[in-house]
Ligand binder design. Structure first.
Ligand SMILES: NC(=O)C1=CN([C@@H]2O[C@H](COP(=O)(O)OP(=O)(O)OC[C@H]3O[C@@H](n4cnc5c(N)ncnc54)[C@H](O)[C@@H]3O)[C@@H](O)[C@H]2O)C=CC1
Ligand SMILES: O=C(O)[C@H]1O[C@H](OP(=O)(O)OP(=O)(O)OC[C@H]2O[C@@H](n3ccc(=O)[nH]c3=O)[C@H](O)[C@@H]2O)[C@H](O)[C@@H](O)[C@@H]1O
Length: 437
């Protein structure tokens, strides 16, 4: 199948490389010249495990090309739309400017029988509206919605071996034709018995935002329990383990700590509330406001605990921040709780020295006022407190004795509940965490 992928960011670049890996002929298109130059040279424009290898192998086969010129999309069978849908400035709603621009610029180049496949996360109702733009430009083309569930850090694996596929299709023969194109694209996953949900546009759009809303709710649920654990001396990690053994609950996504961030969960739960409001279903999702509020409180709690560790004042204290990415195995700092805490600590008078294995360049662009180190040891040298905010493996494996010899004062905040408190206390550290005594 000849496929284009419009928007080559965290989602699109991985999708393009994986589609080529599966044997399709792929053209990646983006308006960002620098990104296209990097991808054309076989370089990943961001950190994602496995992507560089995939780009190298796909480019070598000649099946993967990149361009900034949308007119090159003419003659392709299927077009994935994977551009950003960020939060609008000062509003909860999603900004659909990029999706609209992508579909509008593609429309004149659609050949009869082409299928436009939405991947971006959009407010319910968007697909039906975009289908009108596609039909007006090329009556024999169809629009389908095929939401994406990959996780950053596991994006290649999740794309090649998804745990389910969802097709949102129009009614009638056009839907049948779009389904056969999607089936051909995903032939390998379907042969491996990947569950497939075929539905209408609205259902497919709602599957995606419901999944992210549920994940965000699960995290905020356990973080709410952590707040209660904090005032009772209970241990939220033991609570999560114990309730997680119940298969109806499950242990995954019950890690209490600094809460969720990234380019998706926060903006998606806000956009979902905004859209429900527009549709007159305001009441339905008011709990997501609370999910968001619980999540944001984690950040101020981390700042307060750091202040407590420093005997009530951050002023002039040297604080080593370990981790800036919104999660490990990613360089993404969009709405990163870690970067937010680092910046709040500095704003409240601390001398912050931050380190992250991959995210320093992105963090520097957003917060040039912070100081950055080249290693955890350099950041922690003579520090009054260490705050671990993103649970990279190299931080989880730190040796409390050796690390203790570097710092000025052995104070540590474990913002992700990822260290062994006994071990750190035995090495002479004052250990604090969120939701653990
Ligand atoms: N990052 C992730 O893990 C996942 C993201 N999503 C959704 O996928 C969409 C994209 O997200 P990301 O890849 O993270 O965003 P991103 O910001 O990394 O990438 C978006 C790309 O689209 C490009 N772009 C903007 N306008 C364009 C146009 N008119 N033509 C061509 N390219 C254009 C931008 O230059 C950028 O490279 C969002 O709706 C997001 O919610 C869904 C599942 C996973
Ligand atoms: O729509 C999207 O873009 C994607 O959003 C999330 O994926 P991602 O943002 O890559 O990362 P997650 O692993 O979901 O983590 C999100 C945030 O939650 C935090 N988290 C996660 C799990 C947990 O138990 N506790 C917790 O605080 C992480 O630290 C991180 O900040 C979803 O997991 C994907 O299925 C979805 O496709």
């Amino acid at each position: 199948m000849r496929i284009t992928v419009i928007g080559c960011g965290y989602l699109g670049a991985v999708h393009a490389a994986c589609m080529a890996e599966l044997g399709h002929e792929v053209l990646g298109i983006d308006v960002d010249q620098a990104k296209i130059e990097a991808l054309s040279a076989g370089r990943a424009p961001f950190y994602e495990p496995g992507l560089p290898e995939l780009l190298a192998s796909a480019s070598a086969t000649g099946r993967l090309r990149f361009t900034t010129d949308i007119s090159e999309a003419a003659g392709y069978d299927a077009h994935f739309v994977a551009v950003g849908t960020p939060q609008k400035k000062g509003e909860n709603a999603a900004d659909l400017t990029y999706v609209d621009a992508a579909v509008t610029s593609l429309a004149p180049h659609l050949q009869p029988g082409a299928v436009v496949i939405g991947k971006s996360t959009v407010p319910v109702g968007t697909a039906r509206r975009l289908a009108g733009i596609v039909a007006a430009a090329q009556p024999d083309a169809t629009l389908a919605w095929n939401p994406e569930f990959l996780r950053e850090g596991f994006a290649v694996e999740d794309t090649l071996r998804p745990d389910r596929l969802v097709y949102g299709l129009p009614e009638g023969g056009a839907g049948d034709r779009a389904k056969s194109v999607l089936d051909e694209i995903y032939a390998v996953a379907l042969a491996n018995e990947t569950p497939l949900v075929v539905a209408g546009y609205e259902t497919a759009e709602l599957v995606k935002v419901s999944a992210n809303a549920f994940l965000a709710t699960k995290i905020s649920f356990i973080n709410a329990i952590a707040e209660v654990a904090d005032v009772t001396g209970a241990d939220v990690t033991a609570i999560a383990d114990a309730i997680g053994y119940d298969a109806r609950i499950g242990r995954r996504f019950l890690n209490a700590g600094l809460g969720f961030g990234g380019g998706c969960l926060p903006k998606d739960i806000r956009a979902f509330q905004a859209r429900a409001g527009e549709l007159g279903a305001d009441q339905a999702l008011t709990f997501l406001r609370e999910v968001d509020a619980i999540n944001m409180r984690r950040r101020s709690r981390a700042v307060d605990l750091t202040r407590e560790l420093l005997d009530g004042s951050l002023l002039g204290k040297k604080v080593a921040v370990l981790g800036l990415a919104f999660k490990p195995e990613s360089d993404d700092v969009r709405d990163s709780p870690s970067l937010d805490v680092a910046s709040q600590l500095r704003a409240q008078g601390a001398r912050v020295i931050a380190y992250d294995p991959q995210a320093v360049p992105n963090a520097k662009r957003l917060h040039p006022e912070l100081d950055f180190a080249d290693s955890a040891e350099e950041a922690a040298s003579a520090a009054d407190a260490v705050v671990l905010l993103t649970e990279w493996k190299q931080f989880r494996n730190l040796d409390p004795a050796a690390f203790g010899a570097i710092v000025g004062n052995k104070n540590i905040l474990d913002g992700r509940n990822c260290l062994d408190p006994e071990q750190w206390r035995a090495a002479g550290w004052r250990y604090r965490a969120l939701g653990r005594p």
